[in-house]
Design a protein around this ligand. Structure first.
Ligand code: ZN
Length: 129
């Protein structure tokens, strides 16, 4: 399957997946938590940050089911979702353990890591229990 192409700014994010950790940036200047990764804080401009692990709890903000092209290693078509995490950031991921017709905006979901190919771990969300 396709793998993320990391840059110096987001390598921590993808490396975290392989440790089953979903990491976001925490600004040293203003304490804001941000995602997606960026070289400096959009709130205060500070370039200092630390990677912090999120709780994995969130709600579905929106979702889509791509039909074409089919994605190798992710068959059938995944439910691609924007998830608002309880930390106040929004992440792009896939939903598992639910039929497309059952997905709703605001659905409570919980992070887990799926091993897809060659031991590669992918963060996904499933309905919270
Ligand atoms: Zn800041």
């Amino acid at each position: 399957m396709l793998r993320p192409v990391a840059t110096d700014d987001d390598r921590f994010y993808f490396d975290g997946w392989q440790q089953s950790r979903l990491l976001v940036q925490h600004c040293r200047g203003c304490e804001a938590v941000r995602h997606p990764p960026s070289p400096s804080c959009p709130s205060c401009g500070d370039a200092g940050w630390d990677a912090v692990e999120v709780s994995g709890r969130g709600v579905v903000y929106s979702y889509v089911i791509p039909r074409k092209p089919s994605l190798r290693g992710l068959l059938p078509s995944p439910i691609v979702a924007l998830v608002d995490l309880s930390e106040g950031v929004r992440v792009l991921s896939n939903l598992v353990g639910i039929e497309p017709a059952e997905v709703s905006f605001g659905l409570a979901v919980q992070l887990e890591f799926l091993t897809v190919e060659d031991g590669f771990r992918l963060p996904v969300f499933r309905p919270a229990r």
